[in-house]
Design a protein around this ligand. Structure first.
Ligand code: PEP
Ligand code: MG
Length: 562
């Protein structure tokens, strides 16, 4: 038995099962020329790849219409002839010929006036990728071999991987890279899957089919555990399940302290499925709907109609509040159909509102869809990563333009829709009073706020120990944001992971936080803690904590062990 101690937990819970070591698809991009005598072989290789792609896509098309379109493209005679001609006349290998022929198609679609047609270029890229994988004998979807419930072990997972990952078969996730507030950790929490990230050399220590126990509470991993450990953890797992069942009794009760202070307790969601699942726990609504997942799970920029449908469903599912955050892409979140220029510091680069304010047509498409969905529930709109009043005002101007357009077109929307912003940059904290006068609510994004205030990358495992929201600078900023919001009579929520930090609940209550927004799986535990707290006591505690000068002193006061 090998035991590995892990410093921080990304998503709590116990996972027991067989390991599945994920090998991500890596395509070679270096293609050599072929000799005259190899040309018939290259043609055969391409024809075989086309046949296999057709068979794969025909099966996939039964459950997803997008693959029907891909199937038509694979069959398309112009693409086929384009490839074969290049092999024959230019002496290219099948991969190089496919690349060049598909590029020609992509350029044609890209130059089209119609947005829908322009976005078909993404489908060609998907089809090319599938054919390339078949030519090189690698898997299009690296999760295809998961046929039973497993503990997934990977070097790293991108947020977009969670779209193709068969969540129902994943008992736990362990990655070599990543930090506890990286997006893979957040997705695992939303899905209620135990996760440990930044686990050094895990991929070389584990083989597929090894038995794994992951205790993502105490932060321990056992590889090939002995019978005694296995028995102990099976019992622990059953106990945890029992506790969670007991907590369900809290579902109908309000999140109110012993002395009557009522706060709002909402959930964070990335996909409709997250909302559906979390509604079982009786939250007050959705405090953060990360709209970027709608973009990441797609083969093209989602159209207004596609977004409208998704937001409408989300509004209907959310019962009460639904806070839709506009596209927060960039950083560690890429789009499969859009090429981002390589940046030295992506988290300090072209991200979130910066992209929306440059790709204005895309931004308007999203705003129109959100506005149209706003008549189906209590929809709020929120801008991410704001650093200046110019950005905020420009975003609101574009929103007003969309409202005018919808009015002219006779399309309904809620003219009183609440417009808020994430507070997740140091600039927004420094200018908090100025922002408070121009929005309807704040939501504190501690994941980024901590990273930017402390200049500590949230996904870098080497400095993971320095990434700490209990740092006095972060705590004093949070207090400052709440006080400024209240002075201007606007509610202040928190949707960063710190809102679900059990050791911080009393402190945040005491600071006066109005809304906690956490992953679905954390709602009941948090409600339990809120209902056990005393608001007056919490206020005194918050006062004392904010006077502390070091993390160590904060920990001592909150009874946190290092
Ligand atoms: C945050 O930064 O705290 C936040 C909620 O946004 P995200 O984690 O999606 O960057
Ligand atoms: Mg953020």
């Amino acid at each position: 038995m090998i035991t590995i101690q892990v410093e921080k937990t990304a998503s709590e819970g116990i996972g027991i099962g067989k390991a599945f070591l994920l090998h991500k698809t890596k395509l070679s991009t270096e293609f050599g020329p072929v000799s005259q005598q190899d040309i018939p072989k290259e043609i055969r290789r391409y024809e075989q790849a086309v046949e296999e792609a057709q068979a794969e896509l025909a099966a996939l098309a039964e459950s997803n219409a997008i693959f029907q379109a891909h199937l038509e493209m694979v069959k398309d005679i112009t693409l086929y002839e384009g490839v074969i001609t290049r092999i024959k006349e230019e002496g290219l290998c099948a991969e190089a010929a496919l690349h060049a022929a598909a590029e020609e198609f992509i350029a044609i679609f890209d130059s089209m006036e119609d947005e829908y047609m322009r976005e078909r270029a993404a489908d060609i890229k998907d089809v090319r990728f599938r054919l390339m994988c078949l030519l090189q004998g690698v898997k299009v979807n690296p999760f295809d071999d998961i046929r039973e419930q497993v503990i997934l072990i990977a070097e790293d997972l991108a947020p977009s991987d969670t779209a193709t990952m068969p969540a129902e078969n994943i008992l736990g996730i362990i990655t070599q890279e990543g930090g506890v507030t990286s997006h893979v950790s957040i997705m695992a929490k939303n899905l209620g899957i135990p996760a440990l990230v930044g686990v050094k050399e895990i991929c070389s220590k584990v083989k597929t089919d090894d038995t794994i126990i992951m205790d993502a509470k105490a932060g321990v991993i056992y590889i090939q555990p002995d019978d005694q450990t296995l028995k102990k953890y099976c019992q622990l797992q059953r106990k945890e399940e029992h506790i969670q069942k007991e907590r369900l009794k809290l579902k109908e009760l309000p999140p109110v302290t012993k002395d009557g202070k009522r706060v709002r307790l909402c959930i964070n969601a990335g996909r409709l499925h997250d909302i559906k699942k979390a509604m079982e726990y009786g939250p007050d609504g959705v405090g953060l709907f990360r709209s970027e997942f709608l973009y990441m799970d797609n083969t093209h920029f989602p159209t207004e109609e596609e977004q409208f449908k998704a937001y409408k469903s989300a509004a209907l599912l959310s019962c009460e509040e639904l806070t839709i955050r506009t596209l927060d892409i960039g950083g560690d979140k890429a789009l499969p159909y859009y090429i981002f220029e390589k940046e030295e510091n992506p988290f300090l680069g072209w991200r979130a509102i910066r992209i929306s304010l440059e790709l204005i047509d895309r931004f308007k498409t999203q705003l129109r869809a959100i506005l149209r969905a706003s008549v189906f529930g209590m929809v709020r709109l929120m801008f991410p990563m704001i650093i200046s009043l110019e950005e905020l005002r420009r975003a609101k101007e574009i929103l007003a333009e969309c409202m005018r357009e919808l009015e002219q077109e006779g399309l309904a929307y809620d003219p009183g829709i609440k417009v808020g912003m994430m507070i997740e940059t140091p600039a927004s904290v420094v200018m908090i009073e100025d922002f408070a006068r121009e929005v309807d609510f704040f939501s504190i994004g501690t994941n980024d706020l901590t990273q930017y205030l402390l200049a500590v990358d949230r996904g870098n495992k080497k400095i993971a120990a320095m990434y700490n929201s209990f740092h006095p600078a972060v705590l004093r900023s949070i207090r400052r944001i709440i006080e400024a919001g209240h002075r201007c009579h606007i509610p202040v929520g928190m949707c960063g992971e710190f809102a679900g930090e059990e050791k911080a609940v009393k402190l945040l209550l005491g600071m006066g936080l109005d809304e906690f927004s956490v992953s679905g799986g954390g709602v009941l535990k948090l409600k339990e803690l809120i209902r056990e707290a005393d608001f007056r006591e919490a206020k005194q505690l918050a006062g004392k904590v904010c006077e502390k000068q070091t993390i160590q002193e904060v920990y001592e006061l909150l009874g946190i062990e290092c």
